[in-house]
Design a binder for this molecule. Structure first.
Ligand code: LER
Ligand code: MN
Length: 275
């Protein structure tokens, strides 16, 4: 398992950028200094900045682990125009993920506590409409991802942010229905801590489907700054043969120059201790 961390290209992330640096390239310099192996690129502005991003990655010798988000709107938006714009953005982002030789695209299909689809009851309820629309989109997107050699990394997110997939089991259900190796799970420790009954047990059960991991502590701060007991889950990740990145997506409390290398050491110890 390798360590990565999210960086934006021009800001505008869910969280403030943790890596110091005015530009993407400067943030890569910080990333290396703190001991990370790869970068997770927040996808916003990637199309526009592609040449600069490729040049910075090459100059600093940092691999692009994966892309996270960067599309407009929601894939399962109730409004057809928003939905189709988002769908087109996914096609482009998958292509960019392949160009950067990264694992693929991390995504949350909808941030909403209920479906936005029309209520056609008693014909179809909005959950069923949403499921059919999602499966149809996933079919087309996984075909594209397969041909590009990248993955769609569906992220289950806690119930306060979405209802589409909250647990690893929810994501596994979509993967089974789609039946493509190009659809895999992003397991995020913040969301798992809220939604899974037993994080290690869920990782053992669905580990063969995990394609990416977001590392973050119980309170959404750096690993080591909260009270999650990572050891059993890390042991489970090792047992299921997970060899991808553990990627920091969180807030940092304290001076980056101090707390980021400390968190790297904390995670390297966890990896090492998992036998
Ligand atoms: C959302 O809560 C999350 O964890 C991010 O990965 C969103 O892209
Ligand atoms: Mn996440």
């Amino acid at each position: 398992m390798k360590l990565s961390i999210v960086s934006t290209l021009r800001g505008g992330f869910f969280f403030p950028d943790m890596l110091p640096g005015e530009s993407f390239r400067e943030r890569l310099v910080s990333l290396k200094r703190f001991g990370f192996d790869a970068v997770e690129i927040w996808g916003k502005w990637l199309k526009e900045d592609l040449d600069d991003v490729q040049a910075a990655l090459k100059a600093e010798g940092v691999p692009a682990g994966n892309i996270c988000s960067g599309f407009r709107g929601n894939l399962l938006a109730g409004d057809r125009d928003e939905r189709m714009t988002c769908f087109q953005d996914f096609f482009e982002l998958l292509e960019l993920a392949a160009k950067l030789e990264s694992a693929g695209l991390v995504f949350v299909p909808l941030f909403d506590k209920r479906p936005q689809m029309p209520d056609l009851s008693p014909l179809w309820d909005p959950h069923e409409v949403q499921r059919q629309v999602f499966l149809d989109m996933l079919g087309k997107l996984t075909e594209r991802a397969e041909s590009l050699g990248v993955k769609l990394l569906l992220e289950p997110v806690n119930r306060y942010e979405t209802h589409v997939a909250n647990t690893l089991a929810d994501a596994a259900d979509y993967i089974e229905a789609v039946g493509s190796d190009a659809l895999r799970i992003t397991a995020d420790f913040f969301h798992m801590n809220i939604e899974e009954m037993d994080m290690a047990a869920s990782i053992r059960q669905y580990g063969h489907l995990i394609g990416h991991v977001h590392m973050v502590d119980s309170n959404r701060f750096l690993p080591g700054q909260g009270h999650t007991d990572f050891s059993p889950a890390m042991q489970a990740l090792k047992e299921v043969g997970y060899t991808g990145n553990l990627s920091l997506e969180c807030f940092a409390r304290g001076e980056p120059e101090v707390v980021l290398p400390k968190s790297v050491a904390f995670m390297r110890n966890l990896i090492e201790d998992a036998s």
